[in-house]
Design a protein around this ligand. Structure first.
Ligand code: 3HC
Ligand code: NAI
Length: 665
């Protein structure tokens, strides 16, 4: 008889210590029951399982308790045939459980992966030893290094599963007497093979390609180490992963497994993993808003965008990518032409890269319409304004939109710095008004700040969070305050970078130090990318801002050194190139300004001092934002800086970083 064991621990069937005990017991019962000849492991709630419960690592990870490792070791010892029947997501420890079974089948919608690296870990329940034995070893290494999932179809190609089945339950109930492999077993029976036999992955040999005989192995391993960041810059888990896979290549299974366990247990306590796990939970907290009454989100079926400039165009592409038809209203015919070209170019690029089929690209392109007339937006469920950053212009836009757009629809502004309530006040629907602050380029950057006005309703907020998920954005709630969360902190961060430059540290050196700290880009390179005019305009409106007090912005603006777009900013750029070239003129300009202002010169600071001053300014600003109630939680700020400004994830975000630094001081 076949026994079905169902992983059923809502919401995602995570294998916590406690739940693992229950499953272990069921497996032991099956093992001890002589009438059971085979076991099918499957999952409930639309998932196979998301793997080990990440909460268990937060407490003291104690591998001596019952873990998925014990379940796997019991399966490994058993003489009965185990089949994993996967329907939905099978991740981490759960896929490792499936790897310990004798067969694996999955429905077409299933996704399989070992994402531990994203938590600063490696697979720690045999995954690093079994996967390279089951599928081509270099594919296995890449799959674990990237931590990405594969579809059932790809899993079949790789040999990770034996069969794609249409429906787990049908297969289970139709074949209570033997293993659920409906068609596979009938194939075998027709071939006269009889019932399925044991096939332990641990007993398979790693199949290195013919070109990679033993002598080529050190080369493969060395190349892999070279392909990932250094240990101290976010690469710790990647290097350990390569070590574990090397063990799979070189050692007998039990010794390789022991090495994997040891490496995994070390990583659980490592700083990068703590930081990445903090971000995992912070991301899942984002939509939990204390005190907000529950509300049913509205469905956004069609959207409108006012202004087809840089942001409006990017926002429209984002909607098209999510399958939501969108109309752009733009009064300037030339700009419509430019926007169309940007959209066309972007989709063509995706086709060239093999990320989209021609047909899909065409379909998405067709779902973006243009009009010069606001009336085209009358039936939209949501309209986002992305016109010039000027309150009078924005008010005029909302004054026209409000009476035209159907009642109940949501109006939003993409403003970077202006007051949401002032805009909402000129409409008759302040409850359905909010800020949706996308980051440039809007179709690429994952961050979305949702700005809550004083009248924004619970339903409007719930709709925005649901929409963000559909748009594949990470949404963070901000109060309606100057610069919201990200830009307000960014102004302090760049202000400190400018202060260092005024003290005689070359901007190019400051950028190098910040990249060494782990930032995706240095502050001066960011200035040049965004455009110095953008900051200058902000400074005009906010003379109280520290950054506005520095004369450097005025001087650069006067000289039309606006950054990449004019070929000169804090760096020089060759015609048509984005490569930043150090510019002595800027260093001289800073020296002149410093002399005039009597700023003491102190150019001999270390890279660490540079980073600690700039990050220190960032953290102070984050604390102020928390005190002012602009951000709900420190973790929200961390997410803004990871997804919006390229803060290194392995440091957990500025607020987590400061807390850790304090704890170890
Ligand atoms: N442990 C604990 N909780 C988990 C979890 C996990 N592995 N995976 C998801 N959850 C929780 C979330 O925190 C969330 O809880 P909440 O409702 O209280 O906020 C809930 O499940 C739903 O998660 P999402 O909001 O993310 O739902 P989605 O449907 O968007 O995504 C998912 C589901 C694809 C499973 C996604 O949550 C995910 O990728 N989870 C992480 C999986 C993972 O990293 N697994 C590896 C664990 S480490 C491991 O197995 C070690 C082993 O090698 C020894
Ligand atoms: P942009 O100058 O590229 O585009 C603005 C567009 O709005 C122009 O095409 C203009 O013709 C159009 N427009 C002006 N008045 C209009 C009206 N009355 N009706 C319809 N269209 C009108 O500006 P960009 O950069 O796209 O910025 C738009 C908004 O997004 C601003 O509020 C800006 O602060 C904000 N933002 C900009 C970011 C950036 O990095 N560029 C990032 C995040 C937000």
């Amino acid at each position: 008889m076949n026994k079905v064991i169902t992983l059923d621990n809502p919401p995602v069937n995570a294998l916590s210590f406690k739940y693992s005990e229950k499953i272990l017991k069921e497996i032991e019962d099956a093992e001890n029951d002589p009438s059971v000849t085979s076991v099918t492991v499957t999952g409930a709630n639309g998932f196979f399982s998301a793997g080990v419960d990440v909460n268990d690592f937060q407490k003291d990870w104690d591998p001596s308790g019952t873990t998925v490792r014990d379940i796997i070791e019991t399966i490994e010892r058993s003489d009965k045939v185990f089949v994993a029947a996967i329907d939905g997501v099978a991740l981490g420890g759960a896929l490792e459980l499936a790897l310990a079974c004798d067969r694996r089948v999955a429905t077409p919608r299933s996704k399989l992966g070992l994402p531990e690296i994203k938590l600063g870990l490696i697979p720690g329940a045999g995954g690093t030893q079994r996967l390279p034995r089951l599928i081509p070893p270099q594919e296995a290494l890449q799959m674990m290094l990237k931590g990405e999932t594969v579809s059932a179809e790809r899993a079949l190609e790789l040999g990770l599963i034996d069969e794609v089945i249409p429906d787990v339950m049908v297969s289970v109930s139709n074949h209570p007497e033997h293993v659920i492999l409906s068609s596979a077993s009938s194939v075998r029976e027709s071939k006269g093979e009889g019932p399925l036999k044991k096939r332990r992955v641990s007993e398979m040999r790693v199949q290195l390609p013919a070109t990679a005989q033993a002598f080529a192995l050190p080369y493969i391993i060395a190349e892999a180490h070279k392909s990932v960041p250094p240990e101290e810059n976010g690469g710790l888990a990647a290097h350990k992963l390569i070590d574990a896979v090397q063990a799979a290549f070189e050692l007998p299974f039990p010794r390789g497994l022991a090495r994997e366990y040891r490496l995994f247990d070390e990583l659980v306590a490592s700083a990068p993993s703590l930081a990445l796990r903090h971000l995992f939970f912070a991301e899942r907290e984002l939509s939990k808003i204390p005190g907000l009454p529950p509300a049913e989100p509205l469905e956004i079926k069609t959207a409108g965008v006012v202004g087809g400039g840089t942001m409006g165009t990017g926002i429209a592409i984002t909607f098209a990518n999510a399958g939501i038809p969108v109309t752009i209203v733009e009064p300037n015919a030339d700009q419509i032409g430019k926007s169309r070209q940007t959209i066309f170019g972007m989709f063509m690029h995706q086709v060239k890269r093999g990320r989209l089929t021609q047909e899909e690209a065409w379909k998405r392109g067709q779902s973006i319409a243009f009009s010069e007339d606001y009336a085209a937006l009358a039936d939209c469920d949501l309209v986002i304004e992305a016109v010039f950053e000027n309150m009078a212009v924005k008010k005029e836009v909302f004054g026209k939109l409000d009476p035209l757009v159907k009642p109940g629809a949501i109006l939003a502004s993409n403003t970077s710095t202006l007051d949401i309530d002032e805009m909402a006040a000129i409409t008759k629907r302040p409850e359905q008004f909010l800020g949706l602050h996308f980051f440039a380029p809007a179709n690429i950057m994952k961050l979305l700040e949702i700005v809550r006005g004083k009248a924004t309703s619970a339903q409007t907020l719930a709709t925005a969070f649901k929409l963000a998920k559909k748009l594949r954005k990470v949404a963070v709630l901000s109060a309606n305050a100057f610069g919201f969360i990200g830009n307000r902190m960014f102004f302090e961060y760049t202000r400190e970078a400018v202060a260092l430059a005024e003290e005689g540290v070359p901007p190019a050196r400051i950028d190098v130090a910040m990249k060494k700290f782990g930032m995706a880009m240095g502050p001066f390179a960011t200035f040049d990318l965004s455009g110095i005019d953008v900051f200058w305009h902000v400074a005009q409106g906010r003379p109280d801002l520290e950054l506005a007090r520095t004369p450097i912005l005025d001087r650069l603006y006067e000289q039309e050194r606006l950054g990449q777009k004019t070929g000169k900013g804090f760096y020089k750029y060759a015609e048509g190139s984005r490569e930043a070239i150090r510019d002595k003129e800027i260093e001289q300009l800073f020296a002149e300004l410093a002399k005039k202002a009597g700023v003491k010169q102190n150019p001999d600071v270390s890279d660490e001092e540079i980073a600690s001053r700039i990050i220190g300014a960032l953290i102070m600003s984050g604390e102020e934002i928390l005190r002012d109630g602009v951000a709900l939680r420190p973790g929200d700020i961390d997410i803004v800086w990871i997804y919006g400004y390229g803060f290194p994830p392995y440091r957990g975000g500025p607020m987590f970083y400061s807390q850790e630094a304090l704890a170890h001081a």
